[in-house]
Design a protein around this ligand. Structure first.
Ligand SMILES: [Zn+2]
Ligand SMILES: [Zn+2]
Length: 334
């Protein structure tokens, strides 16, 4: 008998499933990769075979031009890999197509989350708690100071500011994959029916979301319109465009940014953000610890983020945990 869990091995550039010879979210090109979601620190081009949800594969094709070796797996579907390893894709609630991967081998169960959150998100199905022996979690916001407020509060702030300044526009910096579409969908849920204007870099990803059935309402491109058309409107752009020359074409923009990091005032100041919106697609501290309690694994492995406080929390709660030293995981999304 092999030692328990010797079939799953954390390496610097990803988690290796030894009997199947597949890698989870590897940071370099491999023969076979199982990919949790489309963000750049998890999904890379150049693999021989990429196994992911159809949504993630479409995102990867759009962003990295990868089409070769794409193998779709639906949520809830189990595929049999080499060496008697079963892999099941389970919703992670992070962005369109995002999945946790349950791996089963020799009676042992390991769940690798990729990135996840527990808040409702109109653009993707919710995270599902999956009991397992080893739970491999992210910890992007793994500090007690990180608590994300209800998104309704942040939407109310945004719409309130817009109403108070009908001759301006509110320019919202949001990551192009996930955050932008979630903010738009939440604005619609809050009753905002006006057209929303997009920076050109956001258009294709928004269209892809729509193709997968996410309703974003009427979207217009900034480049097709005059300054005066956009007064009293919301404009969404990538964070890099917030302080860019590009924004000069907008009518007196009030700059906002949607990110979990907006909890930290200094980060908002660095980007000259007037209206910080604390909106994250990652679990906050309470979601991380609640999830670990609910999953109740024998051991937690922490892939990326701030692991020290979460390790300490495990100690205090008589739980066992270790931090994996993975390289190349720096979240573009937050
Ligand atoms: Zn992500
Ligand atoms: Zn990540």
């Amino acid at each position: 008998m092999a030692a328990p869990f010797s079939w799953i091995r954390p390496e610097p550039h990803g988690v290796h499933i030894v009997p199947a010879d597949v890698w989870i979210d590897p940071s370099r090109a491999v023969d076979t990769a199982l990919v949790t979601h489309g963000h750049a620190d998890h999904a890379r081009g150049g693999h021989g075979t990429t196994v992911a949800t159809p949504e993630t594969l479409a995102i990867m094709e759009l962003r990295y031009n990868t089409r070769e070796g794409a193998t779709p797996v639906e949520y809830g579907e189990t595929i049999r890999l080499k060496g008697g390893v079963d892999a099941t894709y389970i919703p992670a609630g992070h962005v369109l197509g995002s999945a946790q991967i349950l791996l089963e081998h020799a009676g042992e169960r390991v769940v690798i989350t990729g990135d996840y959150k527990r808040r409702a998100d109109p653009t993707c199905p919710p995270f599902q708690v999956t009991p397992c022996d080893i739970f491999i979690t992210e910890a992007t916001f793994g500090l007690p100071l990180f608590t994300h407020p209800p998104i309704e509060d942040e939407m109310a702030k945004l719409l309130g500011r817009l109403q108070a300044h009908p001759d301006s526009c509110v320019l919202v910096g949001a990551y192009a994959l996930g955050k932008a579409q979630r903010v738009i969908a939440e604005l619609r849920a809050a009753g905002h029916k006006q057209p929303i204007y997009l920076h050109g870099a956001m258009e294709k990803m928004c269209r892809l979301y729509e193709e997968f059935g996410v309703d974003l309402g009427e979207l217009r491109l900034v480049s097709d319109h005059e300054k005066d058309d956009m007064r009293g409107s919301i404009v969404v752009c990538p964070p890099s465009a917030l302080n860019d020359r590009w924004s000069r074409r907008l009518p007196d923009p009030i700059t906002a940014m949607a990110s979990g990091w907006m909890r930290v005032r200094q980060r908002a100041r660095q980007r000259n953000v007037e209206l910080p919106l604390v909106i994250s697609d990652h679990a906050d501290w309470n979601e991380l610890t609640r999830t670990i309690e609910e999953v109740n694994p024998h051991e937690t492995w922490i892939t990326h983020g701030r692991e020290e406080a979460l390790l300490r929390w495990h100690q205090l709660h008589q739980r066992s945990a270790r931090a994996l030293a993975l390289v190349g995981y720096e979240d573009e999304d937050d």
